[in-house]
Write a protein that binds this ligand. Structure first.
Ligand SMILES: NC(=O)C1=CN([C@@H]2O[C@H](COP(=O)(O)OP(=O)(O)OC[C@H]3O[C@@H](n4cnc5c(N)ncnc54)[C@H](O)[C@@H]3O)[C@@H](O)[C@H]2O)C=CC1
Ligand SMILES: O=C(O)C(=O)[C@H](O)COP(=O)(O)O
Length: 377
């Protein structure tokens, strides 16, 4: 079995070397020739899997992407060519939700405004949107959920139209897939017309796909004096992003919202399970066998816990300002893709055990921390 995997996919050798001969490729530079004898192709989001790439892939039996987004894969073509396909739905939902939470606390601290009593619109309530909703459920933030598709299907109880959400919310976060046409098109969902109507000072977070916000229209609006707070993880035309936007962005990052060690490893694990199923062999390897022990494992909370303290705990595990600094300090010298490739380790909230005496254990657990109640002692 010849397996070709993106060089930025972790743990491929650990998971796949028993199943075949593993070679790596540079995700943005894969040629059709390189696929001529390949059985299994494992990609990340930067490789366009289309008719041109597959023109010589006569042995190909399986394409897997270790990502949630599948806008880079021509799935109809794979079906037509009888090539099995797997993605990794939900693999990094926790990571993206925690990215958003880190951004909210950092914004709240820097502006001294607080989160309690504010409203957050979640646009797209799938795996990530739901995870965010569940984590923020008891934080005193009003959640406005916008997902016309799930609402029509009957799998979401409440729904607010996008324009009403943009009008009402203090903060808006996008978690939709990139859809280029049709009734639920998301390309330029936030377009010039909608940007013009946004309230001054509104916080907009995009950790979905860059094309969901019209970046040029956003820049025009900002240059003409529109006051917005922006958190941008994803950009149009990555890796050649519109750097003129950066001075207007409070927190910026290089498309790493989903890049916790757990999130990336889960993606590889899910493809391993897909390949094992295809080959009809037992999937015996577990994520826990490969994840390193986190550097920071425990903290202790005494009787009081303010919103500010909670923000500090969130930032103990992950502070978005680290990633903003990495982009601003190194984009020109290292470039977008190299910063992604060399992204420093980041863990999920669950790696931090909190010995708690504060009475806020349920809320901490809901955010995702591992809570050890100490009240009885
Ligand atoms: N920045 C990053 O590192 C990452 C970005 N992503 C992006 O986030 C997207 C969402 O991820 P998941 O929540 O896991 O996907 P999902 O497929 O579970 O959920 C997406 C939701 O968006 C809804 N939706 C579709 N069109 C909509 C519209 N026009 N308005 C409102 N809702 C709409 C769908 O009904 C669905 O419930 C992915 O497709 C991917 O592009 C995912 C992971 C990491
Ligand atoms: O899962 C997705 O969808 C993402 O956007 C990934 O987290 C990031 O994509 P990669 O470029 O690292 O595959």
């Amino acid at each position: 079995m010849k397996i070709l995997a993106d060089q930025n996919m972790p743990l491929v050798e650990e998971y796949f070397s028993d199943l075949g001969d593993v070679k790596r490729f540079d995700g943005r530079n894969l040629s059709p020739d390189a696929l001529s004898d390949i059985d299994i192709l494992l990609t990340r989001s930067v490789t366009q899997v289309d008719a041109q790439l597959l023109s010589k892939a006569d042995n190909l039996k399986f394409v897997g992407t270790a990502t949630i987004g599948i806008d880079h894969i021509d799935t109809a073509l794979l079906l037509q060519k009888n090539i099995a396909f797997s993605s990794a739905p939900g693999c990094n939902a926790i990571a993206v939700a925690e990215y958003v939470i880190s951004a909210l606390y950092a914004y709240s601290q820097e502006t001294n405004t607080g989160l309690a009593g504010k409203s957050l619109a979640i646009i797209g309530v799938g795996n990530i949107g739901q995870c965010l909703r569940d984590k923020l459920h008891s934080m005193g933030v009003t959640l406005l959920l916008c997902d016309p598709i799930r609402y029509a299907e009957g799998t979401l109880d409440e729904h607010i139209e996008l324009d009403a959400a943009l009008e009402q919310a203090d903060f808006v976060t996008f978690h939709v897939p990139l859809i280029k046409d049709g009734k639920h098109k998301t390309q330029h969902l936030l377009n010039a017309e909608r940007i013009a109507k946004l309230k001054a000072g509104m916080l907009i977070i995009n950790a979905s796909r860059g094309d969901v916000i019209d970046n040029k229209a956003l820049l025009v609006a900002l240059r003409s004096g529109k006051q917005l707070e922006l958190v941008l993880d994803v950009w149009e035309n990555e890796p050649n992003i519109l750097t003129d936007l950066l001075p207007y962005v409070r927190f910026s990052s290089v498309h790493i919202a989903g890049h916790t060690q757990e999130g990336k490893a889960r993606g590889t694990q899910m493809l391993y399970q897909g390949v094992c199923q295809l080959l009809d062999v037992a999937a015996t390897k577990e994520l826990a066998d490969f994840l390193p022990i986190p550097a920071l494992t425990k903290c202790h909370i005494e009787e009081t816990l303010s919103e500010h303290d909670l923000g500090r705990i969130v930032h103990l595990v992950y502070d978005i300002r680290r990633d903003d600094g990495l982009l601003r300090g190194n984009l020109t010298t290292q470039g977008f893709d190299s910063l992604r490739k060399n992204y420093p380790p980041r863990r999920e909230f669950s790696t931090l055990s909190i010995e708690n005496r504060s009475g806020h254990g349920a809320m901490l657990a809901q955010l995702g921390f591992n809570v050890i109640e100490k009240n009885e002692e």
